[in-house]
Design a protein around this ligand. Sequence first.
Ligand SMILES: Nc1ncnc2c1ncn2[C@@H]1O[C@H](COP(=O)(O)OP(=O)(O)O)[C@@H](O)[C@H]1O
Ligand code: SF4
Ligand SMILES: [Mg+2]
Length: 333
Amino acid sequence: MTGAADTPVLRVRDLRTHFTTGLGVVKSVDGVDLDVGRGETLGIVGESGSGKSVTALSIMGLVASPPGRIVSGTIELAGQDLRKLEPAALRRIRGRRMSMIFQDPLASLNPVLRIGFQLGEVFRHHLGHDRRRAVSEAERMLKAMDIPSPETRVRNYPHQMSGGMRQRAMIAMALSCQPELLIADEPTTALDVTVQAQVLNLMKEVCRERGTALLLITHDMGVVAHMCDRVAVMYAGRIVEYADVRTLFRRPAHPYTAGLLRSLPRLGGNARRLASIEGQPPRLTALPPGCPYAPRCPRVQERCRRDAPELVSLAEGHQVRCHFPLDHAAEAA
Ligand SMILES: Nc1ncnc2c1ncn2[C@@H]1O[C@H](COP(=O)(O)OP(=O)(O)O)[C@@H](O)[C@H]1O
Ligand code: SF4
Ligand SMILES: [Mg+2]
């Protein structure tokens, strides 16, 4: 393939995923573009209900259908269009070339199977290892995740491990086939702060080492600052700002991003959760005409309520979907 070196690991264009519900069509993801390169970490940040998880599930081909449906867009893994694949071909790619970890490891682990067996299953299923070799690979993975006495741990059931250890086991499982892409959806939200930091550091280290592209979903700006190279800010099913992490924190251009940053208290802890922008995210079945942030935006003007803003480029790698972005002049100068 020509130009393979600059083909991103993940390339998403104009992704739209809608749900048909009793209240109407929910446009959970409504025209999302994303690129994640080898060894890069892209954060998706936004309040609850903005479409982060549905974006991730769409990429993985795991949207429950019905009620959900990808209505348009392309999703390419290393240049290959995943939407064109048969379900069986997609299943072979999932877990092997791209994998996902969720907020609650208990929901993804089988409570009645030993950790070693579950981890080993990935090796048996995708790589065809025999049982013995699969368990020893599982042990090796747990060790790589800094889990002490992995030879004992492989015999544990999920409930015999702490939350942090379970999430490390999940990361081990997700990374076991050395996927090109890892999607982590709020992977440490359920953990306490110290354990959060350990698990995140480990994930970052392992992904960097192996060149894994990481798509990290979070509502925690502290996690963004710590982990991400670039950030996509999502609101009401759309990306409203893309920036590298420095620019995002120093010169946010979208009023919503600025609001998220203002809601970030000085100290760490659970208080870092985004809760304090005034007003509610809009109902996705009844989006107002114009900018969906208008009812909450301190910079709103008449034009905002009339015309939906397009994504425009402010500088190399910095895009915003707003008629009246902040600090525009300063950056352009
Ligand atoms: N299975 C579903 N049926 C109907 N609506 C859904 C379903 N899954 C998600 N949604 C809707 O899609 C929107 C985005 O959800 P989600 O991606 O989970 O948000 P986030 O992860 O950013 O908190 C929400 O309004 C949610 O209610
Ligand atoms: S377009 Fe208008 S309402 Fe929307 S974020 Fe920008 S200034 Fe605020
Ligand atoms: Mg979510």
